[in-house]
Design a protein around this ligand. Structure first.
Ligand code: ADP
Ligand code: ASP
Ligand code: MG
Length: 418
């Protein structure tokens, strides 16, 4: 008998009829002879609704109270889902994050899971129960409610799968797998039957919302077999695989993008050792994460220093940079909060040069100006004006022929040769 952790996202439980559909799927899994642990998100856009209520009161809601508020969404879902299971004669028991207990650190609104007590869950499973756990929430050492950041139910599921040594962690959502890019943006995006763990890590960290980055990190650390599937459509979804070697490697596998970027530039900074630290120190002291960094040396011995931050941190970073500017006697601060990041990802890039230059040519041909570039072994990211994001993603998807199945192509070539 195998143990399966299934996670159902907000759209999958957005009303009672969907909740009943999910309950039927869970019951069918149990009837097939598996032990089932379920993680569920808040219904539909409930987390957004709660967040909006808080922001109607204050711009920066108190993080501790925000967590208490946001965690309520998932508590509604676990109770209703258990009732749906009971109505079908399926024994089930719900638990909040605190009850399980999912212990986290105390960083409100973006806590990290440190430990999970699996005793209760194991005891219930032994009695033939389906165990339904609230996603996205935990409890810190002092007993405070915490949440794991938006999209955090994915992480709850993978962490539970790791703690219970589950045979598979299945992420059920509103798409039937991981696509070459967001299918809402490019209509002929293609589902990938498999994606390597390293690629998924990049795709998630660069903006593909389908799996929270922390969930992928957890899966990697604890070797959790992870699969993304549709709640509404039968199919085998996408397997996140650790087995790179057995796969044929397309050079570019997917395109990720993010609209959440903002760029800041401080001009005419004296070019001397330690200057980058003087500029970025105060930014990181304010807990603002810096992503891309570029330093451009001018003829006069001064440099322009540019970097990007999350858009929500833009105003604060701008204010800090103005102070730094005055202290250093630099030439002024510029910024743009309407920029987007587009990234090509593929493990095949490791052995192929020239992907970046092809990317620049494709964007150039569409008249899209590239503002900053960052590369790693398996990705190339560029920063563009937000209004060209869709055009850029579509042009790149087409140019790298991501709508075509590379495995099918190879099979076809082999057939022709034979
Ligand atoms: P859930 O509520 O089930 O957690 P999310 O909205 O968090 O679902 O994630 C699913 C969404 O992720 C899809 O509806 C899709 O628009 C988006 N998405 C972004 N990039 C991709 C991708 N590469 N493959 C599949 N879906 C993607
Ligand atoms: N309900 C939370 C959110 O909307 C967590 C999740 O759905 O994963 O972000
Ligand atoms: Mg999600």
């Amino acid at each position: 008998m195998s143990l399966i952790v299934q996670k159902y996202g907000g759209t999958s439980v957005s009303d009672i009829s969907r909740m009943m559909h999910v309950a039927r799927k869970i019951k069918a899994t149990q009837n097939a002879g598996h032990s089932v642990v379920v993680v569920v998100s808040a219904m539909g856009h409930e987390t957004d609704r709660l967040d909006d209520l808080a922001h109607q009161i204050m711009d920066n809601p108190t993080p501790r109270e925000l967590d208490v508020l946001l965690a309520t969404g998932e508590q509604v879902s676990i109770a209703l889902l258990c009732m749906a299971l009971h109505s079908m004669g399926c024994p089930a028991r719900s638990y909040t994050g605190a009850q399980v207990a999912i212990r986290t650190n105390s960083v409100h609104t973006k806590s990290r899971i440190e430990h999970i007590d699996d005793e209760k869950i194991r005891a219930d499973l032994a009695q033939g129960m389906v165990v339904v756990v609230a996603g996205f929430q935990g409890i810190d050492a002092a007993g405070n409610t915490t949440t794991l950041g938006r999209g955090g139910s994915d992480t709850t599921a993978v962490a539970l799968a790791a703690a219970l040594k589950a045979d598979e962690c299945q992420i059920y959502t509103d798409v039937d797998g991981v696509y070459t890019t967001d299918p809402r943006m490019v209509s002929d995006a293609r589902r990938m039957p498999r994606v390597t763990f390293d690629e998924m890590l990049e795709l998630s960290s660069l903006g593909a919302q389908v799996l929270q980055i922390r969930a992928v990190e957890f899966a990697g650390k604890y070797n959790v077999p992870l699969r993304v599937l549709s709640t509404f459509k039968e199919g085998s979804g996408t397997l996140i695989t650790f087995d790179e070697k057995s796969m044929e490697q397309p050079i570019v596998s997917g395109i990720a993008f993010s609209r959440e970027e903002a760029k800041l530039i401080i001009r005419g900074v004296p070019d001397k050792p330690g200057i980058a630290g003087q500029i970025l120190g105060p930014i990181s002291d304010a807990n603002i994460e810096v992503d891309m960094i570029v330093q451009i040396l001018g003829d006069d011995g001064n440099t322009d220093f540019a970097f990007t931050v999350h858009r929500r941190d833009y105003e604060q970073a701008f204010a800090i940079l103005r102070e730094v500017n005055d202290e250093l006697g630099a030439g002024g601060v510029l910024g743009d909060a309407k920029i987007a990041k587009v990234s090509l990802v593929g493990v095949g890039m490791r052995s192929h040069a020239g992907i970046a230059s092809t990317m620049f040519k494709v964007l150039g041909a569409e008249g899209i100006n590239i503002q900053l570039v960052a590369t790693s072994e398996i990705k190339v990211s560029v920063l563009v004006d937000e209004k060209y994001l869709e055009l850029g993603v579509r042009a790149l998807h087409e140019a790298f022929r991501l709508h075509e199945d590379p495995y099918e192509e190879e099979a076809e070539r082999r057939r022709l040769r034979a």
